[in-house]
Design a protein around this ligand. Structure first.
Ligand code: PMP
Length: 362
């Protein structure tokens, strides 16, 4: 095989090489059954076992307490932006959001289609360069739930401390940082994540929902979009994304073999420290977009003096074997996504490249 690229893509993103190789080995024949996992019924004992084992692994790794239901759904995290208010925003109640940037905004816009929404805290006035202070949020009793975006993939900010919402359900979009660090899941009524950053390929969305939320949900919505139906049927109401779930299963095993979430966080911090140091030690040649107190260990965003130099950086980085360093088209600049599967060596190589690029251009 040719050398693996230094893959800093934002999502779909790098997968662990060991996982790809294991999948390759099992691609044509899954566990001696004479065919691949893609060719068997989702009602087969093999898939049922895979479905159950994947849930158990996630429960174990993420330390999900008893009393939560895990679902593997389709439609991406974007469909959750709609399913959440369709199911959980009752008339007379208000869905409240912490507005931290591009993905929070999409969640808000979608919820507005289904009921009343309000912004409980926002960093919009500061161009989303940080997570707003959520240590003392006052939430009215009519709050259906508070929604947070754990990691803003485009802006590059991440919660260091989640708000305490008491009896009000806290819902977290963890699409771009799930399993990057340990989380106190019991603080959340619901967590969801599209798989294609830290969990596997695209095609499956993980939903973790406290069981009491499943009570008394509206029945007059599309069957596929009802959590109650999905939960009751163990995510097998219709044909699930079998191959994506299989890949998530392999990724979870890889995380377990590599020490679980505490080890993931340690490694992610070591990786991102290298790159943040390259920014902070550059005498202003590189400028971090996000306040140090809100910096993400998954998406590092930075800028150069002008767009011409940024273009040059992208071009030369590509020639040097780096992929995906161009910032999102909506904000420009540069972004390195350093998900769990991005190796330390890739981050070291990037930090070295950044120092060298600075030397040659200042
Ligand atoms: N939320 C966040 C934080 C994301 O990063 C993304 C995808 N980049 C989404 C939601 C939307 O996910 P999907 O493409 O799976 O709908």
């Amino acid at each position: 095989m040719s050398k693996r690229a230094y893959n800093f893509n934002a999502g779909p993103a790098a997968l662990p090489l060991e996982v790809l190789e294991k999948a390759q080995k099992e691609f044509v024949e899954y566990q001696g059954i004479g065919m691949s996992i893609m060719e068997i019924s989702h009602r087969s004992s093999q898939y049922e076992q895979l479905n159950d084992e994947t849930q158990s692994l996630l429960k174990e790794l993420f330390a999900i307490p008893d009393g939560y239901k895990i679902m593997f759904l389709q439609g991406g995290a974007s469909t959750q932006f709609a399913m959440i208010p369709m199911n959980l925003l009752k008339p007379g109640k208000v869905a409240r959001f912490v507005h931290t940037g591009s993905w929070a905004e999409k969640a808000i816009k979608e919820a507005q289609l289904f009921g009343e929404t309000a912004v409980a805290a926002s960093s919009e006035a500061d161009k989303f360069n940080r997570i707003p202070d959520v240590s003392n949020l006052q939430l009215d009793a009519n709050t259906a739930y508070l929604h947070v975006t754990s990691n803003e993939t485009i802006e590059g900010s991440q919660y260091q401390q989640y708000p305490d919402t008491g009896s009000i359900p806290l819902i977290g979009d963890m699409s771009s940082d799930i399993l990057s660090r340990p989380v106190d899941v019991s603080k959340f009524a619901m967590i969801y994540a599209g798989a294609q950053k830290n969990l596997g390929p695209s095609g499956v969305t993980v939903v973790i929902m406290r069981e009491d939320l499943l009570n008394d949900l509206p029945k007059n919505i599309s069957t596929m979009l009802r959590y109650e139906i999905q939960a009751k049927n163990n995510s097998l109401y219709n044909t699930p994304p079998v191959y994506s779930v299989y890949m998530v299963n392999l990724v979870l095993k890889w995380i377990k073999e590599n020490g679980g979430l505490a080890a993931m966080e340690k490694r992610n911090r070591e990786k991102t420290d290298l790159i943040y140091q390259a920014i902070d030690n550059s005498n202003g040649f590189y400028r971090g977009v996000v306040d140090p107190g809100s910096r993400s260990i998954m998406n590092i965003t930075f800028r150069l003096q002008d767009e011409e130099l940024e273009k040059k950086f992208v071009k030369e980085s590509e020639q040097a074997g780096f992929v995906g360093l161009k910032g999102h088209r909506s904000v420009g600049g540069l972004r390195a996504s350093t998900y769990n599967a991005v190796p330390y060596e890739a981050c070291k190589a990037l930090a070295d490249f950044m120092a060298d690029f600075q030397k040659r251009n200042s």
